[in-house]
Design a protein around this ligand. Structure first.
Ligand code: 6MZ
Length: 354
C-alpha cells in the first residue's frame, strides 16, 4: 500500500468512508493509467537521495542544483502543493531531477514507485501503466535510451498483466528530441520490451503542437498507444486542442477545458479520459469536485480512468482518489458502489495493449 501520507481533499474523502467502504475500494480491480514517475517518488526515497546528494555536491558547486534548493524543494513537496495556478507546478521538478540523474538513481526511484503501487498485502492497484520522460544527462553520461531501458528493467520485474511503460514527450522538447524519444520507444517495443504507448505532457502552454504530429504518427504506426495531455488549462487555445485531437489519440489526460464541439468529437471517437481529481483541484483548474468535468462524462457513460497524476505533490494514492468518488457530497461525488465498480472496470478497459 502507498507510503504517501494522504492529505487534502483525498484525505477528507477517505475519512468520510466507513472501514467497509475503504475495504470495498481496496478490493476493486483497478488500473492506474496516468502516473508520472518523477511525480510519484515516495518522500522517504527522495529524502535519502537528497542526503547522498548533499554529501557529494558541495554548496559552492554552482553548476549543480544546490543542496539548499533541493532541501526547500523537498519541504515544499512534503507540505503538499498549494498553488495559485498550475503553471508554477512545473517548478517542482528541477530539484527532483537533480536527484534522479544517473541510471542508478533512476532505477532506485522506478523500483520504489512500482513497489508503492503494486506490492504489499494491499497494493493500490492491479495494474500500473507508469509514464516517464526520457532524460539525457551529460554529467552522468546517461542517454535517453539508457534512461528508458533502466525504467523498463524495473517495470519488467512484474508480469505483463501488472505493469507497463509509457514514454512521455514534453511539450517543451525540440523536434530532434521528440524524434529521439519516439525512436527509442519504437526500437525497444520492436525488441519485445514492455513499452506500450507514448504521451505528451509538460507545461500546458509550451510548444507548437503541429511539430509533434509526425512523431505521434510514427508511434502509432509502430503499434504504440497514444495518450495526450489536452486542454489542461483555460488558456489552452481551441487550435491547440484541435491539433492534438488530429493525432487520433486513444486516451486523453485531463481534458478539462474542452468545448461542446471537442467533447462531442471525443465522445464520438470513444476516447478514454484519464481523470486526476486531486491534481485538478490542487492545481486550481477546477474549483470544486462538484464542478469537475467528471460529472459530464459520467452522465454520458463515457469511458474514464481515475488516476493519481503525481502522488507525491498531490499527497494522494489511488485508493484515496476512488474515495473521492464514493464519499458523500460535498467531500466526494456521492456515487454508489455499483457506479464506482463500473468506473474501475472502465479504467481496466483503457489499458494499452502490450
Ligand atoms: C502536465 C505533467 C503533469 O516524466 O520526469 N507532468 N505534465 N500536466 C501535469 N499535471 C499536473 N504532472 C507531471 O515526470 C515528471 C514530468 O511529468 C510531467 C512534467 O513534464 C514533469 O516534468 P517524468 O517521470
Amino acid at each position: 500500500m502507498s507510503s504517501v501520507a494522504v492529505a487534502g481533499p483525498a484525505k477528507d474523502a477517505l475519512d468520510a468512508l466507513s472501514p467497509a467502504q475503504v475495504d470495498f475500494i481496496k478490493r476493486l480491480s483497478k488500473a492506474e493509467l496516468h502516473a508520472h514517475l518523477n511525480g510519484s517518488i515516495p518522500l522517504h526515497v527522495l529524502r535519502s537521495l537528497a542526503l547522498e546528494y548533499s554529501e557529494k555536491v558541495p554548496e559552492s558547486n554552482n553548476t549543480s542544483v544546490s543542496s539548499s534548493a533541493i532541501e526547500s524543494g523537498i519541504q515544499a513537496l512534503q507540505a503538499g502543493v498549494n498553488l495559485d495556478t498550475i503553471h508554477s507546478f512545473f517548478d517542482l521538478f528541477p530539484a527532483i531531477y537533480a536527484l534522479t540523474s544517473t541510471p542508478e538513481t533512476v532505477a532506485r526511484t522506478a523500483r520504489a514507485v512500482l513497489e508503492d503501487f503494486l506490492d504489499g498485502p494491499e497494493p493500490q492497484c492491479a495494474y500500473l501503466e507508469l509514464r516517464s520522460t526520457p532524460r539525457a544527462v551529460a554529467s552522468s553520461g546517461m542517454t535517453r535510451l539508457a534512461y528508458v531501458e533502466t525504467v523498463l528493467d524495473e517495470v519488467e520485474r512484474y508480469p505483463p498483466e501488472r505493469a507497463a511503460l509509457i514514454v512521455s514527450l514534453d511539450r517543451r522538447m525540440s523536434d530532434a528530441d521528440a524524434e529521439e524519444c519516439v525512436a527509442v520507444a519504437k526500437k525497444l517495443k520492436a525488441e519485445g520490451r514492455r513499452v506500450v504507448g507514448v504521451d505528451l505532457c509538460g507545461s500546458p502552454l509550451a510548444g507548437d503542437m503541429a511539430m509533434f504530429k509526425k512523431h505521434f504518427e510514427t508511434a502509432r504506426e509502430a503499434g504504440l498507444g497514444i495518450t495526450l495531455h489536452i486542454a489542461e488549462t483555460p488558456d489552452n487555445t481551441r487550435e491547440d486542442t484541435l491539433e492534438l485531437l488530429s493525432f487520433k489519440p486513444n486516451r486523453l489526460g485531463h481534458a478539462t477545458f474542452l468545448d461542446d464541439e471537442t467533447i462531442h468529437a471525443v465522445v464520438q471517437a470513444d476516447t478514454c479520459i484519464e481523470l486526476c481529481l486531486s491534481s485538478n483541484i490542487l492545481c486550481k483548474t477546477v474549483t470544486s469536485l462538484d464542478a469537475h468535468h467528471i460529472r459530464h462524462y459520467l452522465k454520458h457513460d463515457h469511458r474514464i480512468a481515475i488516476c493519481t497524476d503525481d502522488a507525491l505533490p498531490f499527497r494522494t494514492n489511488l485508493v484515496a482518489e476512488y474515495a473521492l468518488l464514493l464519499a458523500p457530497r460535498p467531500l466526494g461525488l456521492g456515487l454508489s458502489e455499483l457506479e464506482v465498480a463500473r468506473i474501475a472496470e472502465m479504467g481496466m478497459g483503457g489499458r494499452f495493449e502490450a
